[in-house]
Design a protein around this ligand. Structure first.
Ligand code: SF4
Length: 178
């Protein structure tokens, strides 16, 4: 189980502050919208557990970082110094994922007008993505990824996250349409 930076906001429900790279969160929302299974990844990172907490409605605020985040913490590619030693798999030439991610997250944050360590509510971030959808999709689409498929996933994912697990499970019924 991932060790989040936990902050208690209410007596009845434990609500979390998530420290995450903006593109990791955007990818999670896209994955939800595309109906991808929420299962452990061979890298051991925390994408599935973070997805579960988001869909369960227990993430209250997001603090955006450029560097190793809550998702990376249990990953086999994270060094003790907090550096990602993985290589970006989509390209024919060698690009360190650390460099690719840092550059991507800087561009995403600049596009959204966010500063590093800025804290926003998850609800506000969903609104922000929705409002900036057209340009943001171009900024955050990965090499060899289809831009329209990313946009479709993000639009659906935003709706599912707003609705929580229930909406997501309903959405998965129509998975064949995707
Ligand atoms: S960015 Fe690197 S360390 Fe973080 S989850 Fe991905 S592969 Fe692992």
């Amino acid at each position: 189980m991932i060790n989040f930076n936990v902050q208690v906001y209410g007596k009845e429900k434990l609500l979390l502050m998530l420290h995450i790279r903006p593109h990791h969160l955007i990818d999670i929302i896209r994955n939800i919208g595309q109906g991808r299974p929420v299962v452990p990844h061979p890298y051991g990172h925390a994408q599935h557990t973070i997805t579960q907490t988001i869909l369960a409605g227990t993430v209250r605020e997001i603090s955006f970082v450029i560097g190793a985040d809550d998702l990376c913490k249990p990953c086999i590619h994270l060094t003790a110094e907090g550096i990602c030693k993985d290589i970006l798999p989509q390209l024919e030439y060698r690009v360190l994922k650390q460099e690719y991610n840092d550059d991507l997250d800087r561009r995403v944050m600049e596009y959204l007008g966010l500063k590093e360590n800025a804290t926003v509510s998850l609800a506000a971030f969903l609104d922000m993505i929705e409002k900036n959808m057209a340009g943001l999709v171009t900024v955050c689409t990965h090499p060899k990824e289809d831009e329209s498929s990313r946009r479709f996933g993000l639009e659906k994912g935003i709706a599912f996250v707003r609705g929580g697990w229930g909406e997501w499970e309903i959405g998965r019924v129509g998975e064949g349409e995707r």
